[in-house]
Write a protein that binds this ligand. Structure first.
Ligand SMILES: Cc1cc2nc3c(=O)[nH]c(=O)nc-3n(C[C@H](O)[C@H](O)[C@H](O)COP(=O)(O)O)c2cc1C
Length: 247
């Protein structure tokens, strides 16, 4: 069947619309808006750091370790000693251990994953120091923690008042050795629409070129995960597409 130029154009527009509709159908829930992500975490024995590492890989995000100005020794962390530094701090709601350094440009992040170990059911006081040190208004904060066995409990809610102009998502608790798969499953359930910097659409990557016989058309791609998958598919060069109608 030969087509006129007009019918060709109509077919191509329908194709472009279908591609974008398809992309929309697979999109994850769009709340909150996506943006640059920081994984900030406090970790002394590497468990929370392990989760932070998984998150950084999954999300293509920056990480920043909350490091105490005076490092915690093994004796400081001895929870069996009622007079250990960690225990004294946890018993004092006003304790604010000093942090070494600061996040270079907190303003550039829209989402902050905040990781900590559970200490007596709560976040270590140094996490309070961190929250009080920045203007986090309008950002989304996603708490996560590791523990020997306790759940996240009220540890995250207890922090809300320290950054009450942020939007707090429900937190996640992991065992120290949790796998990347476990962490990814949790991330996928958050409803975050995440833009990885490497997948951000720029220039030509935002445009789909379609050619049928002598007719060349372009269509804008949506900025979502399906469009990113389509771009990856097309990354190797032109592809042949066969179209037919059917049920
Ligand atoms: C002072 C202190 C208190 C702790 N309290 C708890 C607790 O209440 N419940 C629990 O399951 N684990 C508790 N733990 C264990 C840590 O939460 C656990 O080992 C965590 O994964 C350590 O994370 P990190 O390696 O990132 O520092 C405590 C550890 C310390 C040092």
């Amino acid at each position: 069947m030969r087509m006129t130029g007009k019918r060709f154009a109509a077919l191509m527009l329908a194709l472009a619309a279908a591609l974008m509709a398809c992309a929309r159908r697979h999109e994850t829930a769009p709340a909150p808006e996506e943006g640059r992500i920081l994984i900030a975490y406090f970790s002394n024995t590497g468990n929370t750091e392990n989760i932070a590492g998984h998150l950084a890989e999954i999300l293509g995000a920056d990480t920043w370790e909350i490091t105490a100005e005076t490092a915690y020794s093994a004796a400081d962390l001895n929870y069996n000693d009622s007079n250990s530094r960690a225990n004294r701090e946890q018993n004092d709601p006003d304790a604010r251990p000093a942090i070494s350094g600061s996040v270079a440009d907190m303003g550039r992040y829209d989402v902050v994953f905040l990781g900590y170990p559970i200490w007596w059911g709560q976040a270590p006081r140094i996490v309070s120091t961190f929250l009080e040190g920045y203007d986090l208004a309008g950002k989304t904060i996603v708490p996560f923690c590791t523990s020997g066995s306790s759940g996240i409990g009220t540890s995250a809610e207890a922090l809300h008042g320290l950054a009450d102009s942020a939007e707090w998502l429900d937190g996640g608790r992991f065992s120290g050795g949790a796998s990347r798969g476990e962490v990814e499953e949790w991330v996928n359930g958050l409803g975050l629409t995440v833009r990885k910097e490497s997948a951000a659409m720029e220039g030509d990557a935002a445009v789909l070129h379609i050619t049928i016989d002598d007719t060349a058309l372009t269509a804008s791609l949506e900025d979502n995960s399906s469009a990113a998958a389509l771009r990856e598919l097309l990354g190797g060069g032109d592809v042949r597409v066969t179209l037919s109608l059917g049920q």
